[in-house]
Design a protein around this ligand. Sequence first.
Ligand code: SF4
Length: 63
Amino acid sequence: MKAKVDKNSCIGCGLCEGICPKIFQMNEDNIAEVIVDEIPTDDIVDANEAKESCPVEAITIEE
Ligand code: SF4
């Protein structure tokens, strides 16, 4: 599974990085970036929690 962040929607709150730092990291512009290609199986629950927690629904997770 892969995660994506819509850079135009992200408001830089940092929540996703706080919940799942192995997948999401804030860049120099304070926008979240996905730092892995495939989400490791062990991190899918956390990645989904980050997605659900994003206040602007900027995160999508796809097969
Ligand atoms: S939770 Fe959403 S708005 Fe907040 S930093 Fe992550 S992608 Fe951006």
